[in-house]
Ligand binder design. Structure first.
Ligand SMILES: [Cu+2]
Length: 226
């Protein structure tokens, strides 16, 4: 093989290799859907304070998993699985809850735990828990075992009984959201995982912890403290 020919073969090998790597990366990324980072917006008037809004939907038609709901249009979902917040900062979180609900498996998850002040505001009313049977989803945030951090926050997101004033998002139609607000304070850099503890996922066994509760990026996500 002359030099120019071997150079050509090497170049083609590199291009093919790069393509294979890119394809491999795409397949991996598809298996662990990590959506576009949702940044907590830092306040211009209060230092070490930021605000971020998530939503919980009864289906995926709002569009976070793709047009017309993506591969599982009927699965419940959070609006984002990739929240990024600054270190040593008070995070003011708003969650717009569009879904119905029922009984959690343990009354612990009806209670507000680990927020600043130990409370949350539901449509402006300060609460420490929601009534039995009235939880739609929960926002439950904890350290991944081994990261050495102890941040733990769990907030029940109440059942949305609303039917009036329909909100259209993507190809979905939802009631006016129940607006849940609370805050917590971050420490140093770490990755935390949040998920829902209401058995909202459906499954063959009927225990509610399958499908959307098992597939990363529907009823779970990460909060990365940077
Ligand atoms: Cu849920």
């Amino acid at each position: 093989m002359d030099r120019s020919k071997s150079l050509g073969v090497a170049l083609v090998s590199v291009l093919l290799g790069g393509g294979a790597l890119a394809l491999g990366g795409f397949v991996l990324a598809s298996n662990t859907p990590h959506q576009k980072a949702l940044q907590c917006i830092e306040s211009s008037t209060h230092s070490h304070t930021c605000s971020v809004t998530l939503s919980t939907f009864p289906d995926s038609l709002e569009g976070v998993h793709g047009a017309n709901g993506g591969p599982h249009p009927d699965w419940v979902t959070y609006s984002n699985d990739n929240v990024v917040v600054p270190a040593n900062t008070t995070v003011n979180m708003t969650i717009d809850q569009y879904d119905t609900g029922g009984n959690v498996n343990n009354p612990f998850f009806d209670s507000v735990v680990g927020t600043n002040g130990g409370t949350a505001a539901v449509n402006g009313k300060v609460v420490t828990h929601v009534a039995l049977g009235d939880t739609g989803h929960t926002f439950t945030l904890r350290g991944i075992p081994g990261n050495g951090k102890t941040l733990f926050v769990s907030v029940p997101l109440p059942y949305n009984f609303g039917t009036k004033f329909p909100v259209r998002l993507g190809t979905g139609t939802y009631p006016k959201p129940v607006v849940v607000k609370f805050s917590f304070t971050t420490g140093g850099p770490a990755v935390y995982e949040f998920n829902c503890e209401f058995p909202c996922g459906g499954s063959r066994e009927g225990n509610g912890f399958g499908e959307a509760m098992q597939a990363f990026g529907y009823m779970s996500g990460t909060i990365t403290v940077k």
